[in-house]
Design a protein. Structure first.
Ligand code: FES
Length: 218
């Protein structure tokens, strides 16, 4: 596999080679767009594991995909809080708009739609993720706008900062390589206003930031 040099760098980070399996699977996805049969064999050979062991891990975690993913993996949280706040409506709207079912990719190969479980961002519900970057406080109209702009090749930013990159680029970052996007690292991922509101109230302080509402904001 042509990523041999990068794979060696990942393996060298760990005292025991088997510990490198998770980032190595991300590296495979950065090349193949999913965990391919060839990728499973490659990881097994590289780390001295059986293909059954590699398969067991790669099918356990939802971030590892069994089929090729489009340029943008759009995950809509349909877990309890997001669902009642509008996640189900967002998912149904995107299914209709994109003409795909769950875990399916649009004909142009640009978008793969999947309903996902809670991503611990319930304070910004309903949330959508694009290649694992958050788009907070979504609603069906905003979700349609995002996928249309992505398919049109426009630059779209996560609500937490960085410009969205492709699935393969994101997988390379998740494998542990440099994030080349301007401001992405400096953004840092600090807690947002909704995350801190309860803490501030418990301290007798006034929450800051946009007013909290039960409806997705525009
Ligand atoms: S329920 Fe959607 S992020 Fe928690």
């Amino acid at each position: 596999m042509k990523l041999d040099g990068d794979a060696d760098k990942i393996v060298a980070r760990y005292p025991q080679s088997g510990s490198a399996l998770l980032p190595l699977l991300h590296l495979v996805q950065s090349e193949e767009g999913y965990v391919s049969p060839a990728g499973i064999e490659y990881c097994a050979d590289k780390l001295g594991l059986s293909t059954a062991e590699v398969s067991a891990v790669s099918t356990f975690y939802t971030m590892y995909k069994r089929r090729p993913v489009g340029d943008y993996h759009v995950g809509v949280c349909t877990n309890t809080l997001c669902a009642v706040m509008g996640g189900d409506a967002i998912f149904a709207t995107l299914k209709e708009h994109l003409g795909v079912g769950n875990d399916e990719t649009t004909e142009d190969g640009r978008v793969t739609l999947e309903h996902i479980e809670c991503n611990a961002a319930c304070d910004f519900a309903p949330v959508m993720m694009v290649n694992w970057e958050f788009l907070d406080d979504m609603n069906p109209d905003k979700a349609v706008r995002v996928v249309d702009e992505l398919r049109a090749g426009k630059e779209v930013h996560s609500t937490r900062g960085p410009a969205l990159c492709t699935f393969k680029q994101a997988e390379r970052i998740l494998a542990g390589f440099e994030d080349p996007r301007e401001g992405a690292v400096a953004g840092g991922g600090a807690a947002g206003h909704a995350t801190l509101a309860g803490l501030l109230v418990s301290q007798g302080r006034t929450p800051t930031g946009p007013a909290l509402t039960t409806e997705a904001s525009e």
